[in-house]
Design a binder for this molecule. Structure first.
Ligand code: 1SD
Ligand code: ZN
Length: 270
């Protein structure tokens, strides 16, 4: 169908542009972060620190859309502002994750050519300027995504609440209510240093509406936790397994880096 896309050879990132022309734009994401290219001499960034607030009850539902896991949030009370976002106030819409088939790849952004095992995205929208997420997603300053790199190490306690629920949404379109509070703030690293640049959604339709804020410090998750992510299925329960491709497992759900071109990469903190 018209909206079909995935990460396979047939419908993967190199083919998206035929159905989603925005994927060919000059402001696409992800990118490779060339750390030497980052500009730190921007008063604007350090004068207004990045600030966020996520109430304990923000995380509502865990969803398997067939290409990742996603937590849908109740935007009320959530807050992201400062840094490159200046005085505009953004609300959290959802957070989700990208990962590989092995621990050596899986992130969308790379740092000096190096991939991480995964990348967490907290997707926010600009409530100062727009009325709905959909309206914001079409505007150049509509969305802000906080990105966190995942490295294999010790078990992450907050992430484990998600890992423990994933067996309930093992198949596409399955949803489970979150009852034990999951705090997205606890999924962020303990250091606030970040890189920022203007980019796009990394999935179709690849709208060029995202201010990307990537934390320099990664978080650790265990190999076992990543394996639980890799157990998600791309097809609905009861449907036949497309056994030719990794038994229909959701893996390698990342887009490769796109050219930064003449965009400015800025940094704040270490
Ligand atoms: O991958 C997500 C996609 O699932 C959807 O949530 C979209 C808009 O919310 O955002 C992309 S991404 O650019 O945050 N990877
Ligand atoms: Zn994402």
């Amino acid at each position: 169908s018209k909206d079909e896309w995935d990460y396979s050879i047939q419908n993967g990132p190199s083919t998206w542009v035929t159905k989603f022309p925005m994927a060919a734009g000059s402001r696409q994401s992800p990118v490779n972060i060339e750390t030497k290219r980052a500009e730190s001499d921007h008063e604007a960034l350090s004068s207004k620190p990045l600030r966020w607030k996520y109430p304990a009850t923000a995380s509502r539902k865990l969803v398997n859309p067939g290409y990742c896991w996603r937590v849908d949030t109740a935007g009320e009370g959530t807050f992201l502002s400062g840094g490159p976002l200046m005085d505009d106030v953004y609300k959290l819409e959802q957070y989700h994750c990208h990962w590989g088939c092995s621990d050596s790849r899986g992130s969308e952004h790379t740092v000096d050519g190096q991939a991480f095992a995964g990348e967490l995205h907290l997707v926010h929208w600009n409530t100062s300027k727009y009325k709905t997420f959909g309206e914001a997603a079409k505007a150049s300053d509509g969305l802000a995504v906080l990105g966190v790199f995942l490295k294999v190490g010790k078990t992450h306690e907050e992430m484990d609440k998600i890992a423990r629920l994933l067996p309930y949404v093992s198949h596409k379109d399955e949803v489970v209510e979150i009852t034990e509070p999951i705090d997205p703030g606890k999924l962020l690293p303990d250091d606030n240093g970040y890189w920022t640049y203007l980019g796009s959604l990394t999935t179709p339709p690849c709208n060029e509406s995202v201010t990307w804020i990537l934390f320099k410090k990664y978080i650790e998750v265990s190999h076992h936790q990543l394996n639980i992510f890799r157990n998600l299925r791309k097809f609905p329960r009861g449907e036949e397994c497309p056994c030719h491709e990794n038994h229909g497992a959701v893996i390698n759900n990342f887009r490769p880096p796109m050219p930064l071109g003449n965009r400015v990469l800025r940094e704040c903190g270490s």
